[in-house]
Design a protein around this ligand. Structure first.
Ligand code: GCB
Length: 598
């Protein structure tokens, strides 16, 4: 799916701004959205609505909310094809144009679009209403906990009064995951235009034959016309040209895309079809898992980076370009080279920044929270087809980004309560994902701290990605015992002969809380924790990456284990470094991106 661009043949009308907004009061049933109903309070688009109004309902709302705006297409665009594009509406959207339902979309982190050419006339004003549902359950990704149990705390205690109170209270969202369930129109809404005959999609894959890049391209064109493609290098020189909707091109002495501080070299593919044009940046690079190594351009890469979140004060999960630029700067500052889009696909703009800045991404679906019940979630949940749709859409959206080097199908599913069901589910999904990616990237999912001997499926992934909290959630505060336990587990993984990334490890830390003798929550403990674990990781050559949890503090559901959010950030929520950020900064600037542990 192509990101909207303005060029000689295409234009964009940005619908960002102040929309009218109202929370459903629960009296109108699902998806009620008449234009008269909607006049409400002011709401920013894009943004999460939760922190933008002091009424507590905004934060705790569970159900539908309605947005309304209006637009007019300029007459000058009358003859163009017009597409209404939503980059992300979280989690379920119904779109009404002048009162008529024109689209529905499930899933809160990927784009969807509607061709409105036949529905709108240039020069006329239209009303656009978007109904948004933030409810989560066993059929949604991320998953809600239908058992009525809060993610944190002992809400499940067998206390009659508590059980009665849970039945009595208003319907409430119970996330089976640890980040705030921010909702709303989280990413931009745009109308873009194309000519009548247009380029619908472009797929570019590259491989290398010594120093020559083989570039395979595929243009999905709608209508009649001639298709051509031109590859332009960074100096503006044409290095290859092709005719037809697909073909194979060669770039001699190709410059490769390398992670920073290497040169993340990008070529530009200018595709033309009839009157339409689209320019796409792409990189020439290879990715491969070989033995216990992860090779980029044939060289063993070491992942230094983080699990992140799209999260900031006021905006919530709303698209924030300023924050993305700041985050990239902090990633470079710390000497990191990668991150995982935990726990959902991020805004497309971030991937383009990472292409340009040479930052490697493990691209994750929103499949987080699969579990949380004593029953077999793979049997009682109804999420498989949605999971497949999300993977299809993710790959369709991100397939051309050189920064994306691996797909993560999800985070911390239950793989041990019913290990055979988990095996069947994830194995078949792995095959499904593999078959879809034209770029043939490695595929994985991220496993939680569990009985790794009982878990049958994690070891089957191309790269074993494990989240481990030795010394925090277990053996709490005892880093000697944590180190002992970690080593026992690493002995197990060593035998599997797979590359392993520690995709999460960390300790909640209150900035400014200092102790002479490190105990939990102090800045000194966070450093002790990481130094202890890193010492052990450094001894194992099959451990090919370290992703501390988390890049920055972030908001989550309130509960007895969280004071003002999850505080495991190396940075505070407003991106100030804790002491551990300085520790990693000096460590990572010493660790090479390639050939570490050789
Ligand atoms: C995890 C989850 C992550 C949590 C983290 C924590 O294993 O993957 O979403 O935020 O632990 O801090 O508990």
């Amino acid at each position: 799916m192509l990101y909207p661009e303005t060029n000689e043949s295409r234009s964009i009308i940005d619908l960002s701004g102040a929309w009218s907004f109202r929370l459903d009061d629960g009296n109108h049933g699902e998806g009620y959205a008449e234009p008269e109903f909607i006049e409400g309070t002011l709401m920013a688009v894009p943004a999460s609505y939760n922190d933008l109004n002091e009424n507590r309902e905004y934060r705790s709302h569970c159900g539908w909310a309605y947005y309304k705006t209006s637009f007019t297409i300029p007459r000058i665009l009358d003859s163009e094809r017009k597409v209404l594009r939503f980059d992300a509406v979280t989690h379920y959207a119904k779109v009404y144009l002048d009162g008529e339902l024109i689209a529905e979309h499930k899933g809160g982190f990927l784009p969807f679009e509607i061709d409105i050419t036949k529905r709108v006339e240039a020069g006329k004003a239209y009303t656009l209403i978007v109904a948004v549902d933030n409810r989560i359950n066993h059929s949604t990704l991320p998953m809600g906990n239908e058992g009525g149990t809060a993610f944190f705390g002992s809400d499940n205690a067998d206390v009659p009064s508590v059980i009665a109170a849970k039945k009595w209270r208003k319907p409430t969202n119970l996330p089976n995951f640890d980040f705030f369930n921010y909702a709303g129109i989280n990413r931009p809404v745009r109308i873009y235009t194309t000519p009548e005959n247009y380029i619908d999609d472009i797929t570019i894959t590259t491989s290398l034959d010594k120093t020559t890049a083989i570039v395979n391209y595929q243009m999905d064109c709608i209508g009649k016309g001639e298709a051509t493609i031109e590859i332009i290098d960074r100096d503006g020189k044409t290095v290859a040209t092709g005719k037809g909707c697909n073909g194979k091109l060669e770039i001699t002495n190709a410059k490769l895309w390398w992670p920073y501080p290497g040169d993340p070299y990008l070529y530009k593919a200018v595709a033309r079809f009839c009157d339409d044009t689209y320019s796409l940046d792409f990189g020439v690079r290879t990715v491969e898992v070989k033995g216990t190594q992860f090779l980029i351009n044939g060289k063993p890469f070491y992942f230094k980076g983080f699990g992140k979140h799209e999260d900031s004060a006021v905006h919530g999960r709303g698209f924030d370009f300023v924050l993305d630029v700041k985050d990239i700067s902090m990633i470079h500052w710390m000497g990191a080279n990668s991150f995982r889009t935990s726990h959902y696909p991020y805004a497309e703009e971030m991937y383009s920044l990472c292409d340009k800045e040479g930052i490697v991404i493990i691209d994750e679906t929103p499949a987080v929270g699969i579990g949380g019940t004593t029953e077999d979630i793979y049997k009682i949940g109804n999420f498989r087809s949605h999971h497949e749709d999300v993977i299809k859409d993710l790959i369709k959206r991100d397939k051309n980004h050189p920064c994306v080097v691996m797909w993560s199908m999800g985070n911390e599913p239950d793989t041990v309560t019913y290990p055979d069901s988990a095996y069947d589910y994830w194995h078949t999904l792995y095959d499904f994902t593999k078959a879809l990616d034209p770029g043939n990237r490695p595929v994985t999912f991220v496993c939680n701290q569990n009985n790794y001997e009982r878990d049958r499926i994690t070891r089957e992934m191309d790269v074993v990605c494990i989240n481990r909290y030795y010394g925090w959630y277990n053996l709490s505060g005892d880093m000697e015992a944590a180190s002992y336990a970690l080593n026992l587990e690493l002995d197990f993984w060593e035998k599997q002969q797979k590359p392993v990334i520690i995709t999460e490890y960390g300790a909640d830390t209150l900035p400014g809380f200092h102790l002479s003798s490190p105990e939990m929550f102090s800045e000194e403990f966070q450093i002790l924790y990481y130094k202890t674990i890193n010492t052990e990781l450094d001894k194992r050559s099959f451990v090919i990456g370290e992703h501390p949890w988390n890049f920055a503090d972030f908001n989550t559901i309130q509960g007895p284990m969280r004071a003002d959010g999850n505080r495991k950030g190396l940075l505070t929520r407003d991106r100030r470094p804790k002491m551990a950020a300085h520790y990693f900064r000096s460590r990572w600037h010493e660790i090479p991106d390639f050939d570490y542990k050789r």
